[in-house]
Design a protein around this ligand. Sequence first.
Ligand code: IDP
Ligand code: MG
Length: 153
Amino acid sequence: MSDLEERTFIAIKPDGVQRGLIGEVIKRFEQKGFKLVGMKMLQASQELLHNHYADLSTKGFFPSLIAYMSSGPVVAMVWEGKGVVKTGRVMLGATNPADSAPGTIRGDYCIHVGKNVIHGSDSVESAEQEISLWFQPSELVSYKSCAFNWLYE
Ligand code: IDP
Ligand code: MG
């Protein structure tokens, strides 16, 4: 996989969906120059969320995190492009919105760590793992077979 094909898993959490931020999040990633290669709206199962947040299962806030993520539909997406994992995290802002810079998604749209609007993979390895957890390979598109050349390729 070339560095242009790096992928990250981004999810708009239930509060982001309820507050009408789906378009805003997509707009930011799209206009930055990243490619959307997969997207679906779903009510995440308990099993999926326990797998997704397995590394946080010993934390005191884990039950409330699972309840929060189960409180409504989420929009799961895979975005592709050079440096998309790291840049995606920068675009999200710090985990706690109190520390998220203005101009970031969390910095602009939330105030509480327990309702922080959006998820983004924190490393290339966790991105691969999360993408395979949330998506079947057949649900992701490749632009390689397109008749046009992507802007950055
Ligand atoms: P991240 O989402 O920025 O990667 P993580 O540490 O992986 O942050 O935590 C996952 C999610 O768990 C956070 O986005 C947030 O929704 C929730 N969370 C993290 N820390 C706390 C906390 O101290 N209280 C409540 N919820 C938290
Ligand atoms: Mg995390």
